[in-house]
Structures are given as C-alpha cells and as structure tokens.
Write a protein that binds this ligand. Structure first.
Ligand code: CP
Ligand code: NVA
Length: 331
C-alpha cells in the first residue's frame, strides 16, 4: 500500500487492497503497542485537530495515536478558532498547511474536508462529517476481522438511520470489501440513490450484495453482525427526536433481532449510545417520551455478543495506521 501524502476523506477514494492495507497496519501497530515497541518514522511532525462537533473516541484516538508516534497535536475546538466565522476554509487551510504536517477535521459538510485537502497541501483526515465517518469504518472492519477472522461474505445488517455518516460509510466499506450489507430501516432513512448506485458498482466487483428492507425479521435473519447508531446525530435539531422515535423505534436492536441473527452474531455501535438512563439526553428523552433505551436495548448492549468496547479501542489503532501511512518517512 502506498498512500503516503494522501488525504483520508472517504473510503470511496480507496481500493479494497488499500483498505486491507490499513487494517493490516493497524493490527501490526496494535501488537507493537502491546509489546511496548516504539514506532519510528513520524517523530517531530505535528497534526492539527479541528473539532467543530464534540467527540470522545475520535479526539482521544488521534491524540494518543499521535503521541505514540512521537507527533505533536494542537486541538482546535469550535469556540477557540476563527474557522468559518472570521476566516474561510481555504484561508484556514493555507495557514494550517504551513504549520502542520496533517490536519484532522470533524464537523459539517464533506465539502469542508475536501477544501481543507485542496488548499492546505498536507494530508487531511476526516474525523466525521455529515456524510461520512471513514475512520470509524476501519475500526468496525478490524473488529469484525478480529472476531470472525475474515471479512468477505460476512452478513452485516445496519438498523436505524442509514442515510447519515455511519450508515453511508458502512454501505461503502461493505460493498468494497465483499460483505453483504443489509440496510434495515424505513425507506426514508436509506442512503440516497446516487450513493446506492455507486456502491452497487463496488459490490459487483467485490462479490458483495446490497439489500434494502423495511422488514425487521427479513433484515436481521442470519446476520453475522448487527450494527446501529444514534437516531439523532450531532448538529440535527432537538425537535426531530419525536419523529425519529416514531419512525425508528421498530428498528431498535433488541434481543429478538439478535436471536433472529446467525449463531455467534455480534453487535457493533460506533458509540456514544443511548441504551440506559445514565446520560442527560437519555433522561430528558425518557421524561418526554417514556423511553428508557433507544437504538439498542441495554440487554443487547451489555450482552456477551456486544463488541462495542473492542470496536472503540480499535479506533485508536486504525487512526494510528491512517496517520502513519500518510506521514511516516520510513515506509
Ligand atoms: N464513534 C465516535 O466517533 O465517537 P466520538 O463521537 O466520541 O468521537
Ligand atoms: N451519526 C452520529 C455518529 C457519532 C459518532 C453523529 O453524527 O452524531
């Protein structure tokens, strides 16, 4: 794999060999970290971390990974920078490109990461936009590969809001890597037609299949992996909760879904998740709508089938692979 100097904006830009290359590299870097081996090649470089939306995993993954590789990081939160308000994205990109070796961006439209990449002249890493969440996909694929030993032929069912960053990206990575992707959601939450067509092309090449269904029994039948995400994403208005609950409650991942899945099936979730009343938003929703768990029941979240914390750890190893592959001088 040679992706040195290349931005990581969406997995549409990468071949299945390259995606496998990232996974192999992440696996190797994970082993080296566990053996407390130093990884050289990136020391002294600096990465800017722009977060226009909040984060626990992605920010920590970039910071720990950069630190492990001997790199410096500068964290810019929405209130601490001029981005978009007093300074345009092209201007910001040209400034940061002169100071940093790489830029991570989490925020709104995909066009922002594209502009950052175009104008900064350094690799840009997409830490989540409205449309895509590509670093999450590497962690998901690594977690599946860790568990099953392979990716091709795995049946992956995604339930809930499939027309946003996580659903879109999961369809892309599954169709590239030869997994059978099942979108189990009301029709208005399916990924848009243009992206579905692009992915159908990838699937033809990889042997993947793409299925779209509103039927939960059909959608979860024989799934090897069932995955979901929050029903209301960052940046969406609070008023949308009622509609989302009405539309998506039938697509909650519960014990019946897991029982209908293949034997040995696992549950994944990018997190954070509303599976109990231990969050402020969870409690507010409970008071208003009487729901104590949302996209996944606490029973499934806490079950032995749940691999969500392995998945969260893999964010760090895979993000380290993305930065190493783009920035290391020793490859
Ligand atoms: N999964 C994920 O991106 O988590 P954060 O929002 O905490 O970064
Ligand atoms: N779809 C979610 C993903 C969070 C990691 C969001 O955009 O808020």
């Amino acid at each position: 794999m040679n992706v040195k100097g290349k931005s990581f904006l969406t997995l549409k830009d990468f071949t299945s060999e390259e995606i496998n290359g990232y996974l192999d590299l992440a696996d190797e870097l994970r082993t080296r970290k566990r053996n407390r081996e130093k990884v050289t090649g990136c020391e002294g470089k600096n990465v800017a971390l722009i977060f226009e939306k909040t984060s626990t995993r992605t920010r920590c993954a970039f910071e720990v990974a950069a630190h492990d590789l001997g790199m410096g990081t500068t964290y810019l939160d929405p209130s601490a920078s001029q981005i978009g308000k007093k300074e345009s994205i092209p201007d910001t990109a040209r400034v940061l490109g002169r100071m940093f070796d790489g830029i991570e961006y989490r925020g709104y439209g995909q066009e922002i990461v594209e502009q950052l990449a175009q104008y900064s002249g350094v690799p840009v890493f997409n830490g989540l936009t409205n449309e895509y969440h590509p670093t999450q996909m590497l962690a998901d694929m690594l977690t599946i590969r860790d568990h099953f030993g392979y990716l091709k032929g795995i049946r992956m069912t995604y339930m809930g809001d499939a027309r946003y960053n996580t659903g879109n990206s999961l369809m892309i990575v599954c169709s590239k890597m030869g997994l059978h992707f099942v979108c189990c959601a009301p029709k208005k939450y399916w990924p848009n037609e243009e992206l579905r067509e692009i992915c159908a092309g990838y699937a033809e090449e990889s042997g993947a299949t793409l299925t779209f269904t509103e039927d939960v029994t059909e959608g979860t039948k024989n799934a090897d992996v069932i995955s979901t995400d929050v029903w209301v994403s960052m940046g969406e208005p609070d008023e949308i909760w009622e509609e989302r609950i009405n539309d998506l409650l039938p697509y909650q991942v519960n014990k019946a879904c897991m029982a209908n899945a293949a034997e040995g099936a696992i549950f994944l979730h990018c997190l954070p998740s509303f599976h109990d009343l231990n969050t402020g938003i969870g409690r507010k929703i409970s008071e208003k709508f009487g729901l104590s768990e949302m996209e996944v029941t606490d029973e499934v979240f806490e079950s032995a089938q749940s691999r969500v914390f392995e998945e969260a750890e893999n964010r760090m190893h895979t993000i380290k692979a993305v930065m190493y592959a783009a920035l290391s001088e020793e490859q």
